[in-house]
Design a protein around this ligand. Structure first.
Ligand SMILES: NC(=O)c1ccc[n+]([C@@H]2O[C@H](COP(=O)([O-])OP(=O)(O)OC[C@H]3O[C@@H](n4cnc5c(N)ncnc54)[C@H](OP(=O)(O)O)[C@@H]3O)[C@@H](O)[C@H]2O)c1
Length: 360
């Protein structure tokens, strides 16, 4: 774990495995699988002990409890300066007030003050727009990030869950106007959820953005603990709770089967192989892992202690490959050979331009 990557085109060094704290607290939207303060302390303690420095939260998680708990844990541990503390804004903090949500300047400034108060700190290392609100102009968001950096409230800026065109426009606008760049885009990415590959991976590689991947084991789907039954599934975890609102699809079961085989061959838990795969995919700087206990965290923290051999990787790539049609299928080496003959390579495009697997 004492291995840090630079996050995008920046000087910020982050652990390749970040700690997600969406389940710290037993209130609000994530309460169905939330953890008490004491349970959270054991998980946080184990992460820090292992050398991790990258901690992810949001004002929305457990209705602000995640930030409050984290603030207390950081104060107790006395390690604020060592951490790369990340939070996010977008979701409403007062449903009766139209300006108490979204990505407009008024809300961002109010939201950062709220996060700082709950976290008991006077700056965030990284502040992320949580979700595209489909309204606020990108210029307004980037200008506000610039103001927050200048005011010393945040050190770096990033996005999460936005369309790729929006992130690309944000980055270009920041470059053109000398504003703080987008150093990361945080997105869902796992062996069974690979929809980011055609647009986001090449965008990140070309624009100096380090991707951070959330739900790398699909919220527990890729641990192998869930089994099909005639009436649904068995297994001890959040997917067993209908209130958690997640289900396992036919595609997921196919991926689980392939992963189970590779993990058995490597003598590694499935969760480790799943996290390793994501962390070593093109464009990925860091993977945000979640855990319900220190024991679970111990498993995933060892995910980078081995390499997935090329043949096993190919097997996994093929099992989880999403169907990707045109125009993306036209950016593969095979199609591009009609543009530049294979003997001449792929011209001035970096070798990693095309995501690794296509079946379009
Ligand atoms: N930007 C966004 O929109 C967004 C969205 C979602 C998440 N996130 C971030 O990403 C973080 C991680 O998300 P996630 O919790 O969905 O990620 P995940 O790592 O895919 O899933 C973690 C969950 O899987 C189960 N698990 C983990 N290790 C296990 C093991 N060794 N054995 C058995 N089960 C295990 C646990 O749930 P059970 O015990 O309940 O099975 C654990 O809470 C969040 O905390 C948050 O910081 C961001």
């Amino acid at each position: 774990m004492n291995h840090y990557y630079l996050l995008g085109r920046s000087g910020l060094r982050v652990s390749r495995l970040a700690l997600g704290t969406m389940n710290f607290g037993v209130d609000g939207f994530h309460a169905a699988y939330g953890k008490t303060s004491e349970e959270a302390e054991a998980i946080f303690g184990r992460y820090v002990e292992a050398g991790g420095n990258f901690v992810d939260t949001a004002d929305f998680y457990t209705a602000g409890e995640s930030e409050r708990i984290l603030g207390r844990l950081i104060a107790r541990a006395g390690n604020r300066e060592r951490l790369v503390l990340t939070s996010k804004f977008t979701n409403t903090i007062d449903p009766a007030d139209p300006n108490a949500s979204g990505n407009g300047r008024k809300h961002i400034v109010r939201a950062v003050e709220g996060s700082l108060r709950r976290l008991g700190t006077d700056y965030l290392d990284l502040y992320l727009l949580h979700t595209w609100d489909r309204i606020t102009p990108v210029e307004e968001v980037m200008q506000t990030f610039g103001d927050l950096v200048r005011a010393g409230k945040i050190r770096y800026a990033g996005l999460s869950d936005v369309p790729a065109w929006y992130a690309a426009r944000a980055q270009s606008y920041a470059e053109a106007h000398g504003l703080p760049p987008v150093i990361t885009v945080q997105l869902p990415y796992s062996l069974n959820a690979r929809q980011i590959e055609p647009e986001f991976v090449p965008m990140a590689q070309n624009l100096g953005i380090g991707l951070t991947a959330w739900s790398p084991i699909g919220g527990g789907v890729l641990t192998g603990k869930y089994r099909r039954t005639a009436s649904g599934l068995t297994g001890d975890g959040r997917l067993g709770n209908p209130e958690a609102g997640q289900r396992i699809t036919e595609h997921d079961w196919q991926v689980i089967e392939a992963l189970e085989k590779v993990a058995a061959d490597l003598g590694r838990p499935m969760a480790q192989v799943a996290v390793n795969w994501v962390a070593t995919q093109p464009g990925v700087s860091s993977v945000v892992i979640g855990a319900s206990s220190p024991e679970q965290l111990d498993v995933t923290l060892a995910a980078l202690d081995f390499e997935i051999p090329a043949d096993a990787r190919q097997w996994l790539d093929e099992a989880g490959a999403p169907w990707i049609g045109a125009p993306y299928s036209m950016f593969t080496p095979q199609y591009q050979s009609w543009i530049v003959s294979p003997g001449l390579g792929i011209g001035d495009k970096p070798a990693t331009y095309a995501p690794p697997v296509f079946n379009g």
